[in-house]
Design a protein around this ligand. Structure first.
Ligand code: UGA
Length: 442
């Protein structure tokens, strides 16, 4: 099928490349000339395992191209909207400027029978508001949220655990004939996942929009729940990692996303729970999700706690102490530093007067652009050399598995390690003479 993808950021670039890899003829369209040029050469503008191969393969096959020219959308029959919906500058609500611009830019090129599939994360009610503009061209609007995780984006796009589409409804609430047809077209688009019996939920606009924000709100709540338990563990001497293991064995709870530490960050969870709160307030149901404010507050407190641990470990002041921060990305397998708890901890330590050295396998270029005041060292061992304390804030394998306390001891005389992700073997570090501090574990 001929597809267009409007917006070639994380979501759009991966979607375009993945759709080409399953046989579609795809044009990716973005306003950013430099991004388009890189993508057209098969170069990924961000670090995402597997994406470079998909891009080069797609471009070489002729099934994948990128342009800034919206007229290229005219040939396509399904148009995906994958632009960003960042947090507004003046509040918690999502900024829909880019979604509106993408839809308006696309309108002149839509034909009767085309499908416009929104993938961006939007406040509930957005699709219903956009639909009349799309319908006036004879095209159909569907909302088709995306659940990909950075670091696993290619796999999540090609083999998702579920597909969701909000389609136009008849007055009965069931999909209208137009909605049924749109759902059939999407089944054709996602043919490998459909053939693999991936659950495909066809629903209305509001449900599809809510599924996405509800999923992210649930994940954020799960993380803040275990971090709240970490706070209790800290005053009782309990070990939150053992607690998570024990409750995680209950299949109704599950161990995933019970990793206590410095909390969640990135371009999605933090802004999505805030936008959800803002939208619920607008709908007069603020109290229904008022707990999300608490989820946010717990999350931010864990960064304070990590900083406090470093200060205490260094005798009450970090002034002129060398602190090596292992990690800058908001999570491993990513070079994304948006709302990164790791970098936040580094910046705060520097604000307290520490001599902060930051290292990360992928995120240094992005981190340096945003926080040029920090010192960055590419090589992990060089970064650790001479540190009074080391702080693990992103659980890359380079720090979690591949850095033994024995080896660290050869790099520095400092013997303090703060494990902001509870990812180290505390006993092994202690046995080597290090003073180990975890997040909610003794
Ligand atoms: C998240 C969701 O997991 C995806 O399903 C969703 O599609 C995506 O947002 C989105 O809306 O686009 P992502 O932001 O890539 O994906 O990252 P996650 O893997 O969810 O991790 C988010 C943050 O939570 C990271 O900072 C991570 O370190 C932290 N985290 C995760 C914890 O602190 N503890 C855990 O146990 C798990």
């Amino acid at each position: 099928m001929k597809l267009s993808v409007i917006g070639c950021g994380y979501l759009g670039a991966v979607h375009a490349a993945a759709m080409a890899s399953i046989g579609h003829d795809v044009v990716g369209i973005d306003v950013d000339q430099r991004k388009v040029e890189a993508l057209a050469k098969g170069i990924a503008p961000f670090f995402e395992p597997g994406l470079p191969e998909l891009l080069t393969g797609g471009v070489a096959s002729g099934r994948l191209r990128f342009t800034t020219d919206m007229t290229a959308a005219a040939d396509a029959v399904v148009h995906f909207i994958g632009v960003g919906t960042p947090q507004s500058k003046d509040g918690y609500a999502a900024d829909l400027t880019y979604v509106n611009a993408a839809v308006d830019g696309l309108l002149p090129y839509l034909k009767p029978g085309d499908i416009v599939a929104g993938k961006s994360t939007v406040p509930v009610g957005t699709a219903a508001e956009l639909a009349p503009r799309v319908t006036a061209t004879g095209a159909t609007l569907v909302w088709n949220p995306e659940f990909l995780r950075e670091g696993w984006a290619v796999q999540d796009t090609i083999s998702p655990d579920r597909l969701v589409a909000g389609v136009p409804s008849a007055p009965t609430g069931e999909p209208s004939a137009e909605g049924e047809r749109a759902a059939d077209v999407l089944r054709e688009v996602y043919h490998p996942a459909v053939a693999a019996d991936t659950p495909f939920i066809i629903t209305d606009y509001a449900t599809a929009e809510l599924v996405k924000v509800a999923a992210n709100a649930f994940l954020a709540t799960k993380i803040s729940f275990i971090n709240a338990m970490a706070e209790i563990a800290e005053v009782t001497g309990a070990d939150v990692t053992q607690l998570a293991d024990a409750i995680g064995h209950d299949a109704r709870i599950g161990r995933r996303f019970l990793g206590a530490g410095i909390g969640f960050g990135g371009g999605c969870l933090p802004k999505d729970i805030r936008a959800f709160s803002a939208r619920a307030e607008e709908l007069g149901r603020g109290e229904s999700v008022s707990f999300l404010r608490e989820v946010d507050a717990i999350n931010l407190r864990r960064r304070d706690r990590a900083v406090q641990l470093v200060v205490e470990a260094l005798g009450g002041a970090v002034h002129e102490k060398v602190v090596t921060v292992l990690g800058a990305a908001f999570k491993p397998h990513s070079d994304d530093i948006r709302d990164s708890p790791a970098l936040d901890v580094a910046v705060r330590l520097r604000g307290l007067g520490a001599d902060v050295v930051v290292t990360d396998p992928q995120a240094i270029p992005n981190a340096r652009l945003k926080h040029p005041q920090l010192t960055y060292v590419e090589d992990r061992d060089e970064a650790i050399a001479g540190a009074d304390a080391i702080v693990v804030v992103t659980e890359w394998d380079e720090y979690r598995r591949q850095l033994s306390p024995q080896h660290a001891s050869t790099l520095t005389a400092g013997r303090i390690v703060v494990d902001g992700r509870n990812c180290l073997d505390a006993a092994a570090w202690r046995a080597e003479g290090w003073t180990y501090f975890g997040m909610g574990r003794p």
